[in-house]
Design a binder for this molecule. Structure first.
Ligand code: ARG
Length: 257
């Protein structure tokens, strides 16, 4: 009788261990995800593809960097451009990857990585019209679309204040909406970063009529004081930009490199 009880206990113990081991190997550990915030209206840096996925140069780049520094993947969280810095500060996202220009003003609120792209501002107009402004003063009395909270908006608002020239500035939550209004004739021009303007030229009946040299540089932004994450991203970015993967990525989204 005693022998039977002992054998039973042994069976139960072995089974319990078996179940434990099985559970352990079959439940993968939670994935370590880097939460990336973006505003997907800025091709080819971030946009929504035909399948509805958020894709682009910035998304591929930040995913590659995240994997290099020990994350399993990224989780993309989309919002309007002007909501990105507040979301970062509130901890809703860990990084901003949104073709964001490194500016002194923004540096008071966030920390930027080393720059990864250069840009200026472009004046984009409708192909079908004969309006071809060569400089911002020719925007006097015109309806000009910008994206809220962008350097394009800051430039034109500042230009207006500086010169006293009256421009009818319309702020949009998304560049795509601004360009659609341009195509439909609701506005006369859009001020947008040069690399994105070139992409819109390919996608819509619009054309760049002038370039305003602003000498901007894009960086990824992290919360102030997240030095460890910043240093890791900087090192990974520096290495990536010197690698063959970088030229491949540039080729994929810009067709040159
Ligand atoms: N480079 C400009 C800025 O920093 C525009 C960025 C807009 N980005 C976007 N994903 N919509 O203000």
């Amino acid at each position: 009788m005693k022998g039977v009880v002992l054998a039973l206990i042994a069976v139960i113990i072995v089974a319990a261990i078996g179940i434990g081991v099985w559970y352990y190997v079959s439940t993968p550990p939670p994935k370590k995800l880097l939460k990336v915030g973006t505003s997907p209206d800025f091709p080819p840096f971030e946009y929504i593809d035909e399948k509805g996925n958020v894709v682009g140069f910035d998304m591929d780049l930040i995913r590659a960097l995240a994997k290099k520094i020990g994350y399993d993947d990224i989780e993309i969280i989309t919002m309007d451009f002007d909501a990105l810095i507040p979301a970062l500060k509130q901890g809703k996202i860990d990084v901003i990857a949104a073709g964001m220009t490194i500016t002194e003003k923004r540096k008071e609120e966030v920390d930027f990585t080393i720059p990864y792209w250069n840009a200026d501002q472009a004046i984009l107009v409708r192909k079908a019209s004969d309006f071809r402004p060569k400089s911002p003063d020719e925007l006097a009395g015109r309806k000009v679309g910008v994206q809220t909270g962008t350097t394009g908006e800051y430039y034109i608002v500042d230009y207006e204040n500086r010169t006293g020239i009256d421009i009818d500035i319309k702020s949009y939550s998304s560049f795509v909406l601004a360009v659609q209004d341009l195509v439909n004739g609701r506005i006369d021009a859009v001020i947008v970063d040069t690399p994105v303007a070139s992409m819109f030229e390919k996608q819509y009946d619009v054309v760049v009529s002038a370039i305003i040299k602003t000498g901007e540089q894009y960086g990824f932004a992290v919360r102030k004081g997240e030095t460890e994450l910043l240093n890791k991203l900087n090192q990974a970015l520096d290495e990536f930009m010197k690698s063959a993967e970088w030229s491949k990525l540039v080729q994929k989204y810009f067709g040159s490199g």
